[in-house]
Design a protein around this ligand. Sequence first.
Ligand code: SF4
Ligand code: SF4
Ligand code: SF4
Length: 283
Amino acid sequence: MIGQCVRPLSQIIFFILSPGLFSSAFSAVKTVASQIAKRQPLEMSTAILTLLFLLAFTFVFGRFFCGMVCSFGALGDLVFSLGEAVRKKFKIGRIKLSKRGEYILSYLKYIILLSIIIISYLQMQRQLHGKSPWDAFATLISGSPRFRGYEVGFVILFFLIIGMGLIPRFFCRFFCPLGAIFAILPPPLIPLKKPAKASLIHRACGGCQICTKACPAGLDLNKMESPMDVVRSGECFRCMKCAEVCPQKKPALHLLSLRLPLIPAIVLILLLFIILLKVFGLI
Ligand code: SF4
Ligand code: SF4
Ligand code: SF4
């Protein structure tokens, strides 16, 4: 239900309503760095409001923006599904990175974030023009695609799309500078919990690791050991695939100690997201 209906529907709706939220939010990071360097007072632009809103929402609910809203994340999901269909047809196995490789690559996004902040602080943003795969993607979805001036961006986008077809959430996990900001936020107020493997106190989880294998963030859910452990990692996209595939429907969202009914909770969170976007004039 979540994978076939809720998540794709949400991604389509937000793609129509507001496909550029991610690039708008990230442009605010560059603006803030540049204005700090110029010692100018910060003006509350739409981009800065978008960034603040996404940070606050993610702090409360987790990265639902990444899991179910962001159009670049949706592109990653779509391309990976197409890649899976091709692999299935031609009976090709998935590429698997080693844990060490994943760990090292996951730091790339912080290096990219820092580099962009430094470039913006040094007032050299013009050097970045046309080189961002986001900008290239934004011209594609704008309805009037422009290729001139965006050649580098399109070449990078092409290689990213190949990576997205091979590895789930390839860009989000390893390269996204906005994702890097979300990943260092404190754990969300509404946590995702997954019972640990059978223990004396909690025997409900079979420890089958299906959730671990399905996690596009590569999180080792099976290694969590307390009886009712919380997915604290900022790398969790809140895609809810772990909850969807668990044969016992064990991973769940919690409010205080209350287990929330999953699909109504996700739908309410997404509705609240739309309402707040409207209230703040962001759509
Ligand atoms: S990590 Fe970046 S590209 Fe991926 S869904 Fe989140 S904001 Fe979008
Ligand atoms: S899929 Fe469910 S039962 Fe299997 S390890 Fe994960 S939480 Fe436990
Ligand atoms: S832990 Fe669950 S919700 Fe988080 S990224 Fe992995 S599968 Fe998605």
